[in-house]
Design a protein around this ligand. Sequence first.
Ligand code: T46
Length: 134
Amino acid sequence: MTINNCILYTFPKIHDRRGNLTFVEGAKHIPFNIKRIYYLYDVPGGSKRGGHAHKNLNQILIALSGSFDVMLYDGKEKKTVHLNSPQQGLIIVPMVWREIINFSSGAVCLVLASEYYSEDDYFRTLKSFRSSLR
Ligand code: T46
């Protein structure tokens, strides 16, 4: 898995005079069934989230409100994706280091995850992540 597998999905949007409605159906609009949902909010200006990689977890990050940048690193290449639309979701595949920075005021990052929370699934240091890639 590399950063090239971390792509942006555009979800359906139903627009009418009352506003917009977007929906995501597990295994239909995204390539996994959703086992867990969590969200980052009230992130103080200048704070950074992430700073780790996962062994098996697939996740979709959605900027439900506001914006932020997702920096991705697979041990060889890096890229940064700016998320600012509730209609778009960035999949982050296993074995990709991620850091989330530049949260705008009031930003909410919704995460759809393929697995339940498990600390054993994390590489919490770049050193352990890089070692596992060798
Ligand atoms: C990721 C980014 C986008 C739980 O108990 N359950 C959970 O589902 C999660 C996600 C975390 N936690 C605990 C583990 C830590 O004691 O909450 C604490 C903070 O977690 P962490 O430092 O991992 O939070 P972030 O925002 O740096 O990272 C999280 C996810 O862990 C990670 O998978 O990609 O959001």
